[in-house]
Design a protein around this ligand. Structure first.
Ligand SMILES: Cc1ncc(COP(=O)(O)O)c(C=O)c1O
Length: 489
């Protein structure tokens, strides 16, 4: 065994799998485990660490998925040659603990969890039709527990006045705790700012960071909400194409004067790919060299099925020029209109000044409810249940499409979580309209490509649909697939 591995010691403070993952990734990022090093077999490491072999296998698989390790058939795992050693020094001894999102997850049956705790409403407005991208399963929301907490806070006089512009302090603390442990974000509660959804976070950051004529980069295809924010500014907007369904980080090299890049590194929106560790490091290295900011939109990383979500870009190194943006729209409900961002300390004041002007404080009562929901562990439980539920819906939908439509459309494998992207040759706009008439919300894939007047447009639009299966029942999935079967030819 590599002598350096002997320095790893595990204790009972946190799940063993999580501790082993943190220890091994840190050794790689600190260049103590060099590129190409042959990792011990899972059996050997399990014996040495006195953990089960399954634990080691799970950690190795996760590290392989993130690009820390590569597997060679019959030979085992090696440290990936694509992580250049000078990039690894920046990993500090920061007390980072990435909680295994699978830990404690005891195979809850998705169907059982979808307790009908909210009355189904026949009068959902157009924005809430099944298959609307990003819409969670509202019927599965634990509304009784939520109401109990809300009722408890309603009569607290201290919550009825003005509060801190940054956000309700217990909520900032709960969020800091959550993103540190589940996403590897490096922060303290003073860096958390509560916003009106991720959308306000994006708007505030662009207001604070951008000057006229700045070069700004977005993914293509990408999130339409970000495009709308950026198009308000008098800037030079460049569309960076994707490669393998993630931001093409090689293409950043020619933008050495860019001020900001907006991206979705953990679940590219809408195509679904995740930047691996080498690409993440390349992104941060480019941003540092260019003096650019990375706006990391981590809108739905909780709902990854293939592996544990990759740790956030923000947490890769202490001085990464990254603003991390999160949202409760997917994990709780869009109606809360609550999101948050983690900003470097020097940006806190300017952002708060801007927030004062555009919105004032965020609603305190709602923040207090979310804070208690998180502090009491109900948030993590809900997210775990939803992950199971969405996974089973995703499998059901993939199966239904493959059975009936595989000759006419392609499923983009990476797109999972809460939506599925399918591509096909025919014009997608009329199809979206047709689905809407049948009571199904969806979005046209071609609409996620930036329009022709944006500079550097070397792309061809793809036709397809973004189908938000999270909000659909199995019956509705069957119905929607039947409609597609009838109209796609
Ligand atoms: C890429 C992306 N970012 C952020 C959000 C969340 O936005 P908000 O928190 O404003 O609801 C969404 C919602 O659809 C999204 O798709």
């Amino acid at each position: 065994m590599q002598p350096v591995l002997k320095s790893v010691s595990l204790d009972k403070s946190q799940p063993l799998q999580q501790q082993l993952y943190v220890a091994l990734t840190r050794l790689i990022l600190e260049a103590q485990l060099e590129a190409g090093v042959h990792m011990p077999s899972s059996r050997r490491l399990a014996e040495d660490m006195q953990v089960s072999r399954n634990t080691v296998v799970a950690v190795y698989e996760q590290m392989k998925a993130e690009g820390f390790l590569v597997a060679e058939p019959g030979r085992g795992f090696f440290v990936s040659p694509s992580i250049r050693s000078e990039e690894r020094r920046s990993w500090s001894a920061h007390n980072q603990s990435i909680v295994s999102c699978e830990a404690g997850q005891k195979g809850a049956d998705g169907k059982q969890t979808a307790k009908k705790s909210l009355r189904a409403s026949a009068s959902l407005n157009e924005g809430n039709l099944p298959f609307t991208p990003g819409l969670p399963d509202l019927q599965a929301f634990p509304i009784k527990q939520w109401n109990r907490i809300a009722h408890h806070h309603e009569s607290r006089l201290s919550l009825l006045g003005y509060d801190n512009i940054q956000g309700y302090t217990p909520l900032c603390e709960a969020i800091a705790d959550y993103v540190r442990t589940s996403r590897g974000v490096r922060c303290n509660a003073d860096q958390v700012i509560i916003t009106c959804g991720a959308q306000q976070a994006l708007a505030l950051m662009c207001d604070v960071l951008l000057d006229a004529k700045d070069e700004v980069l977005i993914e293509n295809p990408g999130y339409r909400g970000a495009k709308r924010v950026l198009q308000r500014h008098d800037i030079q907007l460049h569309a960076v194409p994707l490669h393998n369904n993630v931001l093409n980080v090689d293409a950043l090299a020619k933008f050495s004067k860019a001020k900001l890049v907006y991206c979705t590194p953990t679940h590219q929106y809408p195509m679904g790919g995740s930047l691996n560790i080498a690409e993440r490091l390349q992104l941060v290295r480019w941003a540092k060299a260019a003096g650019a900011w990375v706006l990391e939109d981590d809108y739905d990383s909780e709902f990854q099925f293939a592996s544990r979500p990759f740790a956030a870009v923000q947490g890769l190194m202490d001085d990464a020029p990254v603003v991390y943006i999160g949202s409760f729209s997917k994990t709780l409900m869009p109606a809360l209109r609550m999101g948050y961002m983690i900003v470097p300390s020097q940006l806190v004041e300017p952002v708060l000044r801007r927030k004062h002007i555009v919105s004032g404080e965020s609603p305190t009562l709602a923040q207090a409810v979310v804070a208690e929901f998180m502090q009491t562990g109900q948030f993590n439980r809900h997210v775990r249940r939803m992950r199971q539920l969405y996974k089973s819906k995703w499998q059901y939908m993939v199966n239904a499409i493959e059975t009936r439509l595989s000759d006419r459309l392609n499923i983009v494998a990476e797109s999972a979580g809460m939506h599925l992207v399918v591509t096909f040759a025919q014009d997608d706009m009329p199809l979206v309209q047709h689905l809407k008439k049948q009571g199904f919300g969806s979005a046209s894939l071609s609409d996620h490509f930036v329009s022709e007047n944006i500079q550097e447009n070397q792309f061809s639009k793809q036709n397809g649909l973004v189908l938000g299966f999270a909000s659909a029942s199995e019956k509705q999935i069957d119905q929607c697939v039947a409609v597609l079967d009838a109209v796609l030819n």
